[in-house]
Design a protein around this ligand. Structure first.
Ligand SMILES: Nc1ncnc2c1ncn2[C@@H]1O[C@H](COP(=O)(O)OP(=O)(O)OP(=O)(O)O)[C@@H](O)[C@H]1O
Ligand SMILES: [Mg+2]
Length: 424
C-alpha cells in the first residue's frame, strides 16, 4: 500500500526509531483511536494495521515488537478509560503535530483505518474529525468514491510508459493462453494506432492454419486516440469509447488491455479499472531507469518515474477508498541466457525497487526468436501441441513453452497468492 510506504518513509527517513518516536507514536495512536470506536476491531482494520506494521518492519531501525506493544496498549487504554482515554490519546496526538508533513501522515493513517471496512462508520468519522480538530487540520474526506466496476471480468492491464518493452507480446500471450484454457477472454487494444495486438488477432482469425486447428480467437475492440483539437473534448470522447467497450466486454471472464508505450489518457483510464497491472521491462538498465531514478552505487531509489507514480497513486487511492485491490506485477523480458554480472545487478536493484514501489517480480520471457516466427501466423506457444514440440526436436521450444506457462500462471494467479508473494 503506497500510503503505508509513505508512512514508513516519512517516519523512518534517515532516522532511528527512538528519534522518530513522537511521529510514529502519533500514527499508531491515531490508528488505535479510530480502531477503538467501533466496539470490535474488524478483520479489515486489523489487516490494515498489519500492513502498516509490515511496512514499518521493512526498515531495519524499526522495532516491530515495540510498535505492536504500543498499539495494543494504546488501544486497551482508550477502551478501558472511555472518554478520558480518548482525550488522553488526543492530547498525545497534539504533541505529534510538529510540521505539516507529520500532521498529514497522522491524518492519512486515521483515514485509512476509518475506511478499512469499505465505508467509514459514523463513530469512525467522528473519531477522525476529533483527530483533525486536535491537530488543527481540516478533516480528510471520508466519502466513498465509487470502486472500479467492470462486471465480473478480471481486468488485466499491460502497461509501461517506455516503448518496446514487450507489452504487446505479453498481452498476446495472456489472451491466447487464457483462450486456450477455454476461458471467455476479450482484448482491448488501446494502442490503436500501432495496433500490434489487433493485428495479431486479425492474423489469428484469418489464418487458415489457425481456423483449421480450431484455435480460439478472443473478441477484441480497438480504440485510437481522439483527434479532437481540444484536450477536454478529446478526453471526453476517449472516455466514452473506453466505457462503451468495457461495458460491451464485461460479461467475459477476463479483459486483457494493451496500452501504448507513452503517457496517454486512454492508458490512465485502463489503469484505473485494472485488477492486475503487468509491467514488462527489458533486461537492461535503461528499462529500470524508466521505472525509477536509481543510485547504482548505493543501491537506492532516488525517485520513482512518472509511470511508477501513476500506478502507485492508483494503488493508494484504492486502499483509501476501500476499492478492489490492485495487484502490480513486473516481469523481466528478453532475459539473456547467461548469468552475467549485469543480470545479477539488475535482479538486486529490482528487489530494492519492488519493496519501495509495492510491485512483485514474476518470471518473464527469455530472448527468443520464436515469438516473431509465430506472430504472423497468429499463433503463440500455447497453440503448439506438446507432441509437435517434442517432434520438432528443438529443446529451446520446449523451454519456451514452459516459460510461457509459468508467465501465464503468475499473472493470472488469484489475488491472494499475489498479495502473499508481495508481502513475502
Ligand atoms: N522475449 C523476446 N524475445 C525476442 N523478441 C522479443 C521478445 N519480447 C518482445 N520481442 C520483440 O520486441 C519487439 C517489441 O515487442 P512488443 O511489440 O511486444 O513491445 P511493446 O512494449 O508492445 O512495444 P510498444 O511500446 O511499441 O507498443 C517486437 O519485435 C517483439 O517481437
Ligand atoms: Mg505494443
Amino acid at each position: 500500500m503506497t500510503f503505508l510506504g509513505k508512512l514508513a518513509g516519512g517516519v523512518l527517513r534517515g532516522q532511528g526509531w527512538p528519534r522518530s518516536t513522537p511521529l510514529l507514536r502519533g500514527c499508531l495512536s491515531a490508528a488505535a483511536l479510530v480502531a477503538s470506536v467501533d466496539g470490535t476491531l474488524s478483520l479489515a482494520k486489523r489487516n490494515r494495521l498489519d500492513q502498516i506494521l509490515d511496512e514499518l518492519s521493512g526498515a531495519q531501525s524499526f522495532d516491530l515488537h515495540r510498535a505492536v506493544e504500543f498499539f495494543e496498549s494504546e488501544l486497551g487504554r482508550i477502551r478501558a478509560d472511555g472518554r478520558a482515554g480518548r482525550s488522553a490519546a488526543l492530547g498525545n496526538l497534539q504533541k505529534t503535530a510538529g510540521d505539516e508533513g507529520a500532521v498529514a501522515l497522522v491524518l492519512r493513517v486515521a483515514q485509512a483505518i476509518a475506511l478499512a471496512d469499505g465505508a467509514a462508520s459514523p463513530h469512525a468519522k467522528s473519531a477522525v474529525g476529533d483527530i483533525a480538530a486536535a491537530l488543527s487540520a481540516p478533516a480528510p474526506d471520508l466519502s466513498q468514491a465509487a470502486a472500479p466496476q467492470s462486471g465480473a471480468a478480471r481486468v488485466i492491464v499491460i502497461g509501461n510508459e517506455k516503448g518496446g518493452t514487450g507489452k504487446s507480446t505479453a498481452a498476446i500471450h495472456i489472451a491466447t493462453g487464457l483462450a486456450v484454457q477455454g476461458k471467455a477472454v476479450a482484448c482491448l487494444d488501446l494502442d490503436g494506432r500501432q495496433a500490434t495486438l489487433s493485428r495479431f488477432l486479425q492474423y489469428r482469425s484469418a489464418s487458415g492454419n489457425a481456423l483449421s486447428a480450431g484455435l480460439a480467437v478472443p473478441r477484441y475492440r480497438r480504440i485510437e486516440p481522439s483527434a479532437a483539437p481540444e484536450r477536454a473534448q478529446g478526453e471526453q470522447e476517449e472516455r466514452s469509447l473506453f466505457e462503451a467497450a468495457m461495458t460491451e466486454l464485461r460479461a467475459c471472464e477476463a479483459i486483457v488491455i494493451d496500452t501504448p508505450g507513452y503517457n496517454s489518457h486512454l492508458a490512465r483510464l485502463a489503469h484505473a479499472r485494472a485488477n492486475v497491472v503487468v509491467t514488462p521491462i527489458n533486461d537492461s538498465f535503461i528499462d529500470i531507469d524508466a521505472l525509477a531514478d536509481i543510485d547504482r552505487e548505493r543501491h537506492e531509489v532516488r525517485a520513482p518515474s512518472n509511470y511508477c507514480r501513476m500506478v502507485w497513486q492508483e494503488k493508494e487511492d484504492r486502499a483509501l477508498r476501500g476499492g478492489a485491490a490492485l495487484d502490480w506485477i513486473v516481469t523481466r523480458n528478453r532475459v539473456g541466457q547467461l548469468d552475467s554480472r549485469n543480470t545479477r545487478e539488475m535482479a538486486a536493484l529490482l528487489d530494492v525497487l519492488a519493496r519501495r514501489m509495492g510491485f512483485h517480480l514474476e518470471p518473464g520471457f527469455s530472448e527468443r526468436v520464436v515469438f516473431r516466427e509465430l506472430f504472423f501466423r497468429g499463433m503463440t506457444l500455447f497453440d503448439l501441441a506438446e507432441e509437435d514440440v517434442a517432434r520438432s526436436g528443438r529443446a529451446s521450444l520446449k523451454r519456451a513453452k514452459s516459460e510461457a506457462a509459468s508467465f501465464l500462471a503468475a499473472v493470472t494467479a488469484p489475488a491472494d497468492h499475489n498479495t502473499k508473494a508481495q508481502r513475502d
